[in-house]
Write a protein that binds this ligand. Structure first.
Ligand code: ATR
Length: 275
């Protein structure tokens, strides 16, 4: 039996065990994926446990994605630039860190909307950890210009500076959006505004939504945020956050096993668990 798991704090609401165990079963791989409640002060011991116990792969979730990096032997380039790891591969005792969140998001966006990012202008709302991963992946995918707007403008400027090595990136305060909403084709929320239980919050004044926008939200609880409902009511196309969760897990599965992830079965079991 091949061993896998996820480290987080809290961890009991994680859908990863249900999703990855279903994936292994569907692929005919004899493996078990468990959830581990790892407190911050125990993270180093937990990572050494991966080697000691012979775990092949571990996902890392909140609040450990940044701190875990110091305990690994090697960090993939994308994860290094993003500054966070969500997937560890144990190569015969050598622990390698990857980040599949950003590429998972982009794969979900492409599969579920068909959007071609090459040449597009994007408005990305937020500048936290989730924004970093997604902004890097969008830049790598060929987005021509990325406006990054954040409540705390300073963080938007810092992230724009990082991303400007890969594409044109411009940091903005929330009072500077009027100039860009007509230009952009794609608006993406990476902030926690609208996440359960703050379901009435929206990350952008609604008057800035346009019918020509594709509007996307990383939040998947609720499945369709108020922001997406309001965008749809104004004629925009919408894209929710559940696919990002599924595809970040699908990439982890592929890194660990080398086999294509059974995405349909993974999605089915996650949707069932949320219903
Ligand atoms: P994550 O890793 O989930 O991105 P984070 O690093 O704490 O979490 O970042 C949270 C992001 O959501 C930030 O961009 C934050 O804005 P600030 O940098 O100004 O704090 C944003 N955010 C959180 N709550 C928000 C709200 N109610 N309205 C607007 N932005 C919010």
């Amino acid at each position: 039996t091949i061993l896998y798991g996820v480290f987080g704090d809290p961890i009991r609401h994680s859908r990863s065990p249900i999703m990855l165990n279903r994936a292994f079963q569907e692929a005919g791989i004899n493996a078990v994926y468990a959830a581990f409640h790892v407190r911050p002060e125990e993270l180093g011991d937990a990572v050494r446990g991966i080697r000691a116990l012979g775990y092949r792969g571990i996902n890392v979730t909140i609040p450990h994605k940044v701190e875990v990096m110091q305990y690994l032997d090697e960090i993939d380039e994308g994860a290094r630039i993003v500054g966070a790891v969500n997937t560890i591969v144990n190569e015969s005792g050598k622990l390698i860190g990857y980040n599949t969140d950003g590429i998972g998001y982009v794969r979900s966006l492409k599969e579920e909307t068909g959007i071609e990012l090459k040449g597009k202008s994007v408005l990305l709302l937020g500048a936290g950890g989730a924004a970093r991963g997604v902004a890097y992946a969008l830049a790598k995918e060929g987005a021509r210009r990325i406006y990054i707007a954040n409540r705390t403008k300073e963080r938007a400027l810092e992230l724009a500076d990082t991303i400007s090595s890969y594409t044109e990136a411009i940091g903005l305060g929330m009072d500077e959006l009027g100039h860009v909403v007509d230009e952009v084709q794609f608006v993406l929320n990476t902030t926690s505004a609208g996440m359960h239980p703050h379901v009435d919050e929206v990350p952008l004044p609604l008057e800035f939504l346009r019918s020509h926008h594709l509007v996307s939200d990383l939040i998947y609880n609720p499945r369709i945020t108020r922001f997406l409902h309001e965008a749809e009511a104004r004629g925009a196309r919408i894209h929710g956050g559940l696919g990002m969760f599924i595809y970040q897990g699908a990439f982890a599965f592929e890194y660990w096993t080398g086999a294509p992830a059974p995405v349909a079965a993974m999605r089915q079991v996650v949707e069932q668990s949320l219903a």
